[in-house]
Design a protein. Structure first.
Lengths: 518, 68
């Protein structure tokens, strides 16, 4: 990216106008002085002519004196003009050099501050539509709609640029109101929402084959995140893009009416943005959720189009249990009889996973012996179907927690159960590979709809455990305080258990036994 | 001797004439000439300064008006 590009704005006086004024003054003051001086030289010539014609010596002498006086007077015009122009040129030069130096220094300092700040906080301009990463978007002049591609402190202005189209001042810093201007992507020219480039970026793609229930999960999880998690904790949430808000509302109405969402048609999806801010936090986050159609993972060609993997921070991998070969075969009759409701995914789990890893390796790059640092939430969807809730759901989790008191949270029990379920169904290689490839892996089970989508009369869908995967991933990324909360819950349960053992037992159990590795 | 005294007196008178008549008159004529020269030159200088300032400020304003 080039730092300098000619702009439809006037250059700062110190970089353009000032020097042109200096040249103009130099060129024009002398030509105009010349006209006045010529008059005096003409008078001098007239007196000189009289000297020649005169016989009287005294008069000859006096006429000569007058002629010389006129010549001297004419010459002094040039001296005066030269003195003025020289003085002005010198002062203007010093003034312009000082101005340009101060402006240049300010530009360097502001640019360095901006680069350091955006790198430190990971605040970047990334287009939710075409995924282009840009150092600065195109800003549109609110009066004449002229595009300004480098509206930052530059030779066009440190604090403001003056638009050539309408002469209006455009703020070159967010502090001065630049964030209020309309911005466009440099690659696709689509308008960017107001929070792009203002908040810390968090990119999370939701991955899975066709009909794994990704879209239903995304909207239900977002609803739960906003209503059940963010609201009670005083987090502020907002859809910075009006289109996303409208889509969210429309989809919730659909789901609330007991109708499943239409299949996602986009192989390369537009990111769905949600701004999230903790109470008293200075800088919030802008979450980019990518919901690509399952067909994005059906072929290698489609998968490589998912350019947003370059920025990915965390991943949600959705598995349709009906796409697990062994499970499908074991429940063939039920699956076939409920095909329309279950809509089993046609893409194998390992195929989707393999393609995701290929793109991730190509985008992020991985050194030998190193793991991906991105947290990955692996979730088995549609647990309302068949007998899944009994195996990897709440009931099974309760049973396991009773058997193993060290499991304090249902989430941890389900994490264990899902891994066992996958291993039992010949997906042990997936579990092993996930642990080999990723530093942070967590398994979940959920149902975005909460029941089979057989008829609308059954009323709205009530999702089951859709919040856990999203809070785990956001907590691991430090976006929300889920990890702290989890620690607090485990600690309070540990303490409650320890207290039941008497004072000595409590102290031994809480402070000493807890140090033992599990 | 009386002839010598007469010559000295004549020379004295000539000198007196030169000192008190010729030189002052010639000096006066020269001074008038120089005064004319100086006054015209000063007038030219004052006019030059005035014209210079006027042109300079006219051009400066014009430059800022014409140039962006």
């Amino acid at each position: 990216m080039r730092f300098f590009e000619p702009q439809p704005a006037h250059l700062v006086y110190a970089f353009d106008g000032g020097w042109r004024v200096m040249a103009y003054v130099r060129a024009n003051v002398f030509s105009r002085t010349n006209a006045a001086a010529r008059t005096w030289f003409t008078w001098g010539e007239q007196w000189a002519a009289k000297v020649k014609a005169q016989d009287n010596v005294v008069l000859k002498y006096w006429h000569g004196c007058l002629a010389a006086g006129c010549y001297l007077g004419g010459a002094s015009h040039y001296v005066g003009a030269m003195a003025l122009v020289s003085g002005f040129t010198l002062l203007q030069f010093v003034f312009l050099v000082m101005w340009a130096s101060v402006a240049g220094l300010s530009m360097v300092l502001l640019a360095a501050f901006n680069i350091a700040r955006s790198s430190y906080y990971r605040i970047f301009f990334r287009c939710p539509t075409c995924y282009a990463h840009m150092r600065i978007p195109i800003f549109v002049c609110p009066r004449c709609a002229t595009d300004h591609s480098r509206l930052w402190p530059s030779v066009y202005g440190i604090f403001y640029h003056r638009c050539k189209g309408c002469n209006s001042g455009l703020p070159a810093l967010d502090l001065l109101g630049r964030r209020k201007l309309i911005r466009k992507c440099v690659a696709c020219a689509r308008p960017l929402n107001k929070e792009v480039g203002q908040l810390i970026n968090v990119h999370i793609p939701v991955i899975g084959g066709p009909s794994t229930g990704k879209s239903n999960f995304i909207f239900m999880a977002t609803r739960e995140l906003i209503n059940s998690y963010a609201g009670p904790r005083g987090y502020s949430t907002e859809f910075p893009d009006e289109g996303d808000r409208v889509e969210y509302t429309r989809n919730l109405v659909e789901l609330g009416s007991g109708r499943v969402l239409q299949k996602t048609p986009d192989i390369t999806p537009q990111a769905y943005n949600l701004a999230l801010k903790r109470p008293r936090e200075r800088l919030g986050r802008i979450i980019y959720i990518y919901d690509a159609a399952g067909e994005a993972y059906s072929t290698e060609d489609n998968t490589v189009l998912q350019k947003y993997y370059d920025y990915v921070d965390g991943l949600i991998f959705v598995i349709d249990p009906m796409s697990i070969e062994l499970y499908r075969r074991a429940h063939l009759k039920e699956v076939e009889s409920l095909r329309n409701q279950l809509r089993p995914s046609a893409l194998g789990v390992m195929e989707a996973y393999g393609r995701m890893i290929t793109v991730l390796e190509a985008s992020v790059g991985l050194r030998p012996g190193r793991k991906f640092r991105h947290p990955i939430a692996v979730l088995i969807s549609k647990v309302d179907a068949l007998d899944l809730e009994e195996k990897i759901g709440k009931t099974a989790a309760g049973r396991v927690m009773t058997e193993d008191p060290s499991l304090h949270l249902e989430e941890d029990a389900i994490h264990m159960l899902v891994q066992e379920f996958l291993q039992e169904h010949e997906m042990g290689n997936l579990v092993r590979d996930l642990y080999l490839q990723f530093e942070h892996v967590h398994f979940f089970s959920c149902s975005a709809l909460g029941r089979m989508p057989e008829n609308e009369a059954a009323g709205p869908f009530h999702p089951v455990r859709v919040l856990e995967p999203i809070t785990w991933i956001l907590g691991t990324l430090g976006v929300i305080d889920a990890v702290k909360e989890r620690c607090r819950v485990i600690d309070s349960k540990d303490w409650a258990m320890a207290r039941s053992k008497g004072l000595f037992g409590a102290v031994t159990s809480y402070y000493w036994n807890s140090l033992r590795p599990r | 001797m009386p002839q010598l005294i007469g010559a000295i007196i004549v020379i004295y008178l000539v000198i007196l004439f030169i000192v008190y008549v010729v030189i002052p008159v010639a000096g006066g004529l020269l001074a008038v000439g120089l005064a004319l020269l100086a006054s015209v030159a000063i007038a030219g200088f004052v006019s030059g300064v005035f014209v210079g300032f006027k042109n300079f400020f006219d051009v400066l304003i014009e430059a800022h008006r014409k140039l962006p």
